[in-house]
Design a protein around this ligand. Structure first.
Ligand code: ADP
Length: 385
């Protein structure tokens, strides 16, 4: 099954692809690495045999790129689906498979999928556009506040907005097909990373807890495990089982979960790939999520997901009002601290909230990790020159 002389194509070439390649280097044989990205200096570029510039949304760009490769690895789900289907018909291996990407790239289909498979999720309705939204609100069929999430192209909090009243629709709503989701009273947010290799072996990582930036809603910190009561544990177990029995093929799924004030666990969304919530697995777990995905895609058996030590990751985001060539402050200083691993993604330009890197801390307890994280957050800044 393993072909050491194959060409692996990454669509696209951002930091997730970069960390997958880095995890693959120790067991790379003669494989070639090709990358398709809009930017020839993308994060994967230094590792690639060739970088092809073009849009991952364009049918012929993806098709022509894919024809040059044997295995395609997506680090981003907003890729031209027809091209992926055509490539699978040509015998190319695509991770994640197009039938799953199709569901996941559209939030409307994703919600429908949860309902059909008895996977608990926040209740919702759909709208075609702003006019439809206003009409439904005037007919009193919508209970405010609601979270509007566009069907397509939403990620990192983009394409998501909270609408509090009818008056808000005019000024804040997106004028496109969307779901309107009830506003969940969230107490905690988790991420469950699980999946299956091509031999049918299943795996899951310890349940991860995510902490978000209040203002931007982007993940700020992630802990390698978390304390949850037995009721929550059993709900998570049921959800894991439901996901793995609905997605029957090989793949890695990162499932974002909410715990609400009624202690119900709800699925927010699924990413069919390595995820921002699993960076701490690089140092914190025997087999990182990145190595795991490479193992799955290339036909190896999955690795050990257990924690080596408790770890916490903090994301390094571009500071407010800073645009242009990046300048990191405080990196040298925090590298003097014990058990601190710095990852910079090689992006030359920063802008507010852009994910520029992350830092992982490992200690004997999460409490000790939090203390170091606090220092890092005070010292490290991502500014423009
Ligand atoms: P994206 O696909 O851009 O990551 P998400 O659907 O994950 O968007 O939403 C981003 C964040 O917004 C979530 O992590 C959560 O904090 C908040 N959020 C999303 N949906 C809801 C909801 N139904 N109720 C309350 N908060 C929500």
């Amino acid at each position: 099954m393993i072909n050491p002389n194959q060409t692996i194509g990454f669509i696209t070439g951002g930091q997730l692809g970069q960390m997958m390649i880095q995890s693959f280097l120790p067991f790379r044989q003669n494989e070639k690495i090709f990358v398709l990205d809009g930017n020839e200096n993308c994060s994967c570029a230094p590792y690639a045999n060739e970088v092809f510039t073009g849009s991952s949304k364009d049918f012929s760009t993806v098709l022509e790129f894919g024809k040059k490769c044997d295995t395609l690895i997506l680090e981003f789900e907003h890729v031209n689906i027809e091209a992926l289907e055509a490539l699978e018909k040509l015998g190319k291996k695509v991770f994640c498979q197009s039938k799953y990407i199709k569901i996941i790239q559209n939030k409307g289909l994703q919600k429908q999928f949860y309902t059909e498979n008895n996977i608990p999720t926040a209740s919702y309705t759909t709208i075609k556009n702003k006019e439809d939204f206003i009409q439904k609100a005037q007919n009193n069929t919508i209970k405010f506040p609601v979270m509007q999430k566009t069907f397509l192209d939403g990620y990192d909090g983009g394409g998501v907005t909270k609408i509090n009243t009818i008056a808000d629709i005019e000024t804040k709503a997106f004028n496109t097909a969307s779901i309107l989701e009830e506003c969940v009273h969230i107490t905690r947010e988790f991420s469950l990373i699980c999946g299956r290799d091509q031999h049918g072996n299943e795996f899951q990582y310890p349940l991860i807890e995510q902490f978000f930036h209040e203002k931007t809603n982007i993940v700020d910190c992630i802990t390698s495990h978390c304390e949850i009561d037995s009721n929550t544990q059993s709900q998570v177990k049921t959800i894991t089982h439901a996901i793995l029995s609905s997605f029957t093929g090989a793949g890695l799924w990162a499932i974002e979960l909410f715990l609400d004030t009624n202690r119900m666990v709800l699925v927010n969304e699924i990413a069919p790939r390595v995820h921002n919530s699993g960076h701490q697995t690089i140092e914190g777990n025997y087999c990182s999520q990145f190595e795991q995905y490479m193992r799955i895609a290339l036909g190896y058996t999955v690795g050990n997901t257990e924690e080596i030590k408790p770890s916490i990751t903090v994301n390094l985001l571009g500071a407010e009002k800073h645009f242009g060539k990046v300048r990191y402050e405080g990196i040298e200083e925090v590298m003097k601290l014990k058990n601190v691993s710095v990852h910079l993604y090689g992006k030359s330009e920063t802008k507010p909230h852009r994910k520029m890197g992350h830092i992982t801390v490992q200690h004997n307890t999460l409490k000790e990790c939090w203390n170091t994280i606090k220092t890092i957050k005070q010292r490290v800044k991502v500014y423009a020159l």
